[in-house]
Write a protein that binds this ligand. Structure first.
Ligand code: GLN
Ligand code: ZN
Length: 767
């Protein structure tokens, strides 16, 4: 008989109770004992749900008070010195200090968990001698057993993944660090074995990235030690997010089970298993239910896939699993009563996936014929939805098909456009501008709330927004900026704003997922073909332009960013969805141009985070990402200046793709990358307009003009002064009004200083 298994369940609760409890505790509204109580309740409730839905292997220790990597660091006593920790169980104050910073110590860095939008705390190993502070997996196992009679499957992050995601040590010390950590892992495993635990899940997602010969030897040593130390304990070595590297070596490791992702790594894993077979002494964890998508599974296809796998592994050695932990999807679709029924019935969040797992397990154990009726019942929502008109719009499909085969290009190459644009705009050397948003003050948020809940009508709200635009156009002129923006006061979020105006998007009421500590996001759903319905930004932009003689830059979010920050349909390649978005945005770009807007910025901060995990797939992704940007922007006149903006990460290894976007001007975050970006221009000439952010907008500190002049000087050692722009790192919406105005004044002063220095050298007007 096959078994069902869940790799991890969302922590946040259907009402985000988890987040609320954490934040109440942080603000002093909840006692520590109350926090423990509330979190226990959430945890047990989640376990119970899985039990009721007949999941055979339920993960324990997947729960966390913040993040699972932080839990492991705390369990191993890996607490950076600055938190004044003195050994023993890690107090909550220290635990949350690492996560959020304290008065005396900055927080540890958070970064993206592989290619997901979940962020983990990066463990810092510098100068610390690890020691086991508690056996958290064991506690979780006991709790589930004692309280609910559940025979849980403890989940642990494997040593190789843990180490590779940590920092504060030289890579040449990897083996020394393994030697320190392995005994701690061994103790955990031995205690689990003594307790009578049957299976543990050891997560090694790092195995889907690059695995060297040295790593293979490390794995042999690690898992050999585990097998020898806890011989009665069964280990499921779990991978996810892509196909496993070095399949032959991995499946030969001395563990009892291998977990593979047959959704996001389907091609690679399936061909490996077919070519090399699967060892007869192991169980296969077949991750067939998408742990990252929100759609009901095509169950008959999944049964077909499981039957194919059953040719390699007898069904008593087949575990039907989610492809990864369910922390990447919302809790339940059952509460989305505001969505059209057709769409709602096609959704499977975590809870609905439990039902799918149970049913697939039954199908493979008893035979598909036995469960045919149930399959139809569960799958019907998806099937009906697939036939809906909005899923395939002829106009969009035809347009995108034509674009797919085309080479989107501006009318003239950049050097020619540049002359036309110079003639038209007559900007000074080192033009100054901002990235788009101005402070979203309480006043702005309040106005939006009043409008959303109907207390303000559209006219009143529009009048308010105009007032904000007036204020800030005035301020920008007075500050002396050269290229102005309207300020984005009408937008809450750069993706949601466009999603609400385009066809093909839906918004859930409760579809939250954990993203950054207690911060959750509610991504839009792209469920149908994306289509332009009418101008989205023209009104505010044209209004702003009517209030000034200086150019106002239109402001759009790019196709790749919209896609990467949404849940997307799973029946179309992402490439095609990107082109649909690009085609819709092209119509907005054209509408802006028609309305007299001559500079248009298309933001793409999320391009880099969409990079596939496998390096060999980067090129293809970047090619179509660049193409999508060009589709959106290429039809404008030579004199219309296309801008783009990127931030949040380092771009020095993708300069070629950035060039290929062919934007007339890019503004890019640079003040925090410690000169690395600048450095990359030494070897990589950049011959389009470019503004490297001259100050960090993440801090309320007002930078002095001289600091910015320093940044400018450094940049001009490698960039052409004639192409250089001066701007902050990113949008200013999280900043206060006063500090923003002063910072921008200083920035304009810095530009004037730079003009007086370089203008003399280059003989350009210095206005
Ligand atoms: N135009 C956007 C803003 O200024 C860009 C935001 C971003 O880069 N994330 O807010
Ligand atoms: Zn930005």
């Amino acid at each position: 008989m096959a078994k069902s298994s869940v790799l991890g369940y969302p922590r946040i609760g259907a009402e985000r109770e988890w987040k609320k409890a954490l934040e109440a505790f942080w603000s002093g509204k909840l006692e520590e004992s109350e926090l423990h109580g509330r979190l226990r309740e959430i945890r047990l409730n989640h376990l119970m749900k899985q039990k009721q839905r007949n999941i055979d292997w339920i993960a324990v220790n997947d729960f966390s008070y913040y993040d699972h990597m932080l839990d492991h660091a705390a369990m191993f006593g890996l607490i950076p010195d600055r938190f004044a920790y003195e050994g023993g169980p890690v107090p909550l104050s220290v635990y949350y200090g690492i996560a959020r910073g304290t008065r005396d110590a900055v927080a540890s860095e958070m970064t993206k968990w592989f290619n997901t939008n979940y962020h983990y705390i990066v463990p810092e190993l510098q100068g610390i001698e690890p020691a086991l502070t508690e056996n958290k997996p064991l506690q979780a196992y006991r709790e589930a057993k004692e309280k609910l009679g559940i025979e849980g499957k403890p989940v642990i992050v494997g040593p190789l993944t843990f180490l590779k995601l940590s920092k504060g040590y030289d890579r040449s010390e990897t083996d020394a660090w393994l030697e320190r950590l392995i005994p701690l892992y061994v103790r955990i495993l031995q205690e689990l074995e003594q307790e009578g635990v049957r299976w543990v899940q050891i997560d090694e997602p790092i195995l889907v990235t690059k695995v060297s010969d040295v790593d293979v030897n490390r794995l042999k040593a690690i898992y050999g030690t585990f097998a020898a130390s806890a011989p009665k304990l069964n280990i499921m070595l779990q991978t996810y997010f892509e196909s496993v590297e070095r399949y032959g070596d991995i499946v030969a490791l001395p563990v009892q089970g291998i977990g593979l992702d047959f959704v996001h790594g389907l091609g690679g894993n399936l061909s490996a298993i077919k070519a090399l077979g699967f060892p007869q002494d192991k169980v296969l964890g077949a991750g067939v239910i998408d742990g990252r998508g929100i759609w009901k599974a095509p169950l008959r296809d999944k049964i077909g896939l499981l039957e194919e796998l059953a040719n390699q592994v007898s069904d008593d050695r087949l575990i039907v699993q989610t492809s990864c932990s369910l922390i990447h999807v919302p809790v339940t679709a059952s509460r989305e009563s505001d969505l059209p029924a057709e769409l709602r019935n096609a959704l499977a969040f975590a809870d609905e996936k439990l039902d799918e797992l149970a049913l697939l397990t039954k199908a493979i154990s008893l035979g598909a014929a036995e469960v045919a009726d149930e399959v139809v019942k569960l799958e019907i929502g998806r099937l009906e939805f697939e036939r809906s008109d909005e899923r395939a719009r002829v106009d969009v499909r035809q347009a995108v098909e034509a674009l797919r085969g085309s080479r989107p290009e501006r009318g003239a190459p950049f050097p020619e456009r540049r002359l036309v644009q110079q003639e038209k705009w007559r900007l000074p050397l080192f033009p100054t501008t901002t990235i788009g948003s101005f402070p979203q003050t309480d006043e702005v948020r309040k106005a939006r709330r009043l409008w959303r809940n109907g207390e303000w009508d559209d006219t009143r709200y529009a009048g308010f927004i105009r007032g904000q635009i007036d204020t800030w156009i005035g301020l920008q002129e007075e500050i002396g900026l050269d290229v102005l923006v309207h300020g984005e006061f009408e937008r809450t979020d750069m993706v949601e704003f466009f999603g609400e105006k385009l066809a093909g998007f839906a918004f859930t009421g409760h579809g939250w997922v954990q993203s950054y500590g207690s911060r959750c996001v509610k991504p839009p759903i792209i469920y149908g073909d994306v289509a332009f319905r009418g101008p989205m930004t023209v009104e505010e932009t044209a209004y702003a332009q009517s209030r000034t003689n200086r150019p106002v830059k239109g402001m759009l979010t790019g196709p790749i960013t919209i896609m990467n920050w949404s849940f997307v349909r799973d029946d179309l390649p992402r490439e095609q969805i990107a082109y649909q978005l690009a085609y819709a945005l092209r119509q907005e770009v054209e509408a802006l141009e028609r309305a007299g807007i001559g500079m248009i910025q298309v933001d793409e901060p999320a391009v880099r985070e969409g990079l596939p995990l496998k390096e060999e797939a980067h090129g293809e992704y970047l090619d179509w990402a660049v193409k999508a940007f060009r589709i959106a922007t290429c039809t404008v006149r030579d004199s219309t200046q296309i801008h783009t903006h990127m931030c949040y990460c380092e771009f020095h290894d993708m300069i070629d793709s950035i060039k290929a976007m062919d934007a007339d001007v890019i503004s890019i975050e640079a003040s925090r990358s410690h000169g690395e970006l600048i450095h990359s221009f030494e070897t990589n000439t950049y011959q389009l307009g470019i503004g490297l952010g001259v100050y960090d907008i993440h801090s309320p500190r007002v930078p002095r003009a001289e600091e910015m002049t320093g940044m400018i000087e450094r940049a001009l050692r490698v960039l052409d002064p004639q192409l250089f722009w001066i701007n902050p790192d990113c949008g200013l919406k999280t900043r206060g009004k006063e500090e923003t105005v002063v910072s921008l004044r200083n920035m304009v002063s810095a530009a004037r200083i730079a003009r007086s220095q370089y203008g003399a050298q280059t003989g350009t007007s210095t206005k």
